[in-house]
Write a protein of this length. Sequence first.
Length: 488
Amino acid sequence: MADIEELNKILERAVNLKNFLKGKERIQKVAKFVAEHYRENVEPLGYKAFLVGVDREACAHYKHALDQFLPPEYSEVVYTGSNNDSALLKEFHLDPKKERQIRKSFGKLDQMPKILIVTEKLLTGFDAPVLYAMYLDKPMRDHTLLQAIARVNRPYENEAQEMVKPHGFVLDFVGIFDKLEKALAFDSDEINAIVKDLKLLKVLFKNKMESKAPAYLGLIERNFNDKDVDTLIEHFRDPERRKEFFKEYKEIEMLYEIISPDAFLRPFIEDYTTLSAIYDVVRKAYTKRVQVDRDFQAKTNALVQEHVGTSPLYAPDDIVPINGETLEMMKRRKSGDSVKVINLIKSIEKTAEENSDDPFLIAMAERAKAVQESFEERQTATADALQELLEEVERNEARKKEQAAKGFDALTFFVFQKLTEAGVTDADTVSTKIKHAFTEHSNWQNSEAALRELRKKVTFAVFSGVDDLDQVTGIVTDLFSILEKRSS
């Protein structure tokens, strides 16, 4: 009898707890908090989140509440439905196809939803490394809790997006983490290996700032003057060295974003800001396409703007006009040769992008890219790389004058120049024929049939000025390799 009474008391407490957790006013407050926390702390990192309700009914209520603070497409509810469910629960039933689509989309950074509202389903066995935050509003124990934590703790790296996620983040609304050893029936060391509270993250941040940062900070001698920037570009020419630095920095940055604005960080602010500025210089110098909105995470960005601001330096991503003034402009600049090399490469690439109908500039950008690769692999000395790029600019100015003198458009002159280099007789007439062929088959980029017909006409045009079939094939192949890059 006593056992039954004890069981009834446990069940009553469980029912009371569930009712408390599902209280309308409480759900409203938690949903508002989750929405604000996600927007301010998780979304800027680029990651996704789980909101774990105590049961399916709580999940349904959370969806209604969350939609008041975030766009409805931000969140989806995922739980197992039943025919006997209430109208509220049936509102969020999913057919298998729709659920598969939600799971798949959630695993991708650039797709909705950003938050999944769950209670049991997906807490175990669901693999989505982009999941970073778990808003936990459900009592859990032992393996269930451990596996749920494991969901957010999956490491994630995305080199293209420059994202490093060494661990996840759990925000506990029900107090499980206050008595973690009771909630997890495991050895303390085992728990600590999986769950790190803020104290341990602070230790990790301190260790990294003391052991990893000094080697990078030592590269700066004069508060980011021209010599410092040049030193950084020289030091990080090696791609593997850059990769290691980017990974280390991103881990430190993520720790800072989680810990900030804790007073613990005060002694590290100056060094962390300098480290961030170093990252900014190296990234702008060597990243192929800098995403402006991903320069830094939110709190770091505010810190860098406050302490560094806008620098008057010739930054490595400064774009200079590629024209007759370029050579004089580069001579007047006080920046080092390494910075000038990067400036010119990026400027040539930018000019080619903005003039995508000019095959000469596309070919020039390809040659600049080859110079960059040789420069980064230290096969070409800095002075030689700079000289090659300046010669490219001079060559471009010379061809613009010749093109204007002949009255050719960019395509016709490019073809004329290629034919002349190949020793084709009557290159003027042949290049004009080829221009007409391109005009006639203007949709060649989108049609296989048009491309085949165009290549045939170009081949016949070249053949009229060249007797050697192998040479004809080589010229046509070379032409199209550049022209197809122009159209892509």
